[in-house]
Ligand binder design. Structure first.
Ligand code: RP5
Length: 165
């Protein structure tokens, strides 16, 4: 769901990150949360990053989810230019399996926070669920949808393991 006044901005460093970040988009869609998805590279399109991050609040975004791989400075740089909540998703890189992405996102110096998620799909999904939790603080209908999501997830877990699964 793309929207001019979307609640969540999903930014990523490259087209190649979309295979991971689409899981964020799909999870937000499943909860009825509007999002705007963009390629914003900290090193290939630095001007785009500055313009996006400095204008994010005025554009109506409430949460930013930033996915990047390798020397992944996108989430931290975005967080340096806006006080909106920023969640970072370390994309699994080819060279170092995302360890590089994780370490370059997670260890922010005190003062500029980035909420860092797990590497890859798990982090992408959980970034959306964290964004939902933040937005649900002021949205009772969304809080209910989030509760329903978690209940449905619990209901899917069998009591006993099966040889067929
Ligand atoms: C980072 O470099 C991107 O976030 C991506 O994960 C990684 C590789 O980018 P490409 O070379 O595939 O464009 O900027």
């Amino acid at each position: 769901m793309a929207d001019k006044r979307a609640d969540v901005a999903i930014i990523m460093g490259s087209q190649s990150d979309w295979a991971t970040m689409r899981h964020t988009a799909e999870t937000l869609d499943s909860l009825g949360i509007s999002h705007d998805d963009r390629i914003v590279s900290a090193h290939r399109t630095p001007d785009r990053l500055v313009s996006f991050a400095k204008g994010a609040r005025e554009a109506g975004f409430k949460v930013i989810i930033a996915g990047a791989g390798g020397a992944a400075h996108l989430p931290g740089m975005a967080a340096s230019m806006t006080a909106l909540p920023v969640f970072g998703v370390p994309v699994e890189s080819k060279a170092l399996s995302g360890q590089d992405s994780l370490l370059s996102i997670v260890q922010m110096p005190a003062g500029i926070p980035v909420g860092t998620l797990a590497i890859g799909r798990a982090g992408a999904v959980n970034a959306a669920l964290l964004a939902a939790a933040v937005l649900s603080l002021n949205d009772a209908a969304l809080a209910k949808r989030l509760d329903d999501f978690r209940k449905a997830q619990s209901d899917k877990v069998a009591l006993r393991p099966s040889d067929e699964a």
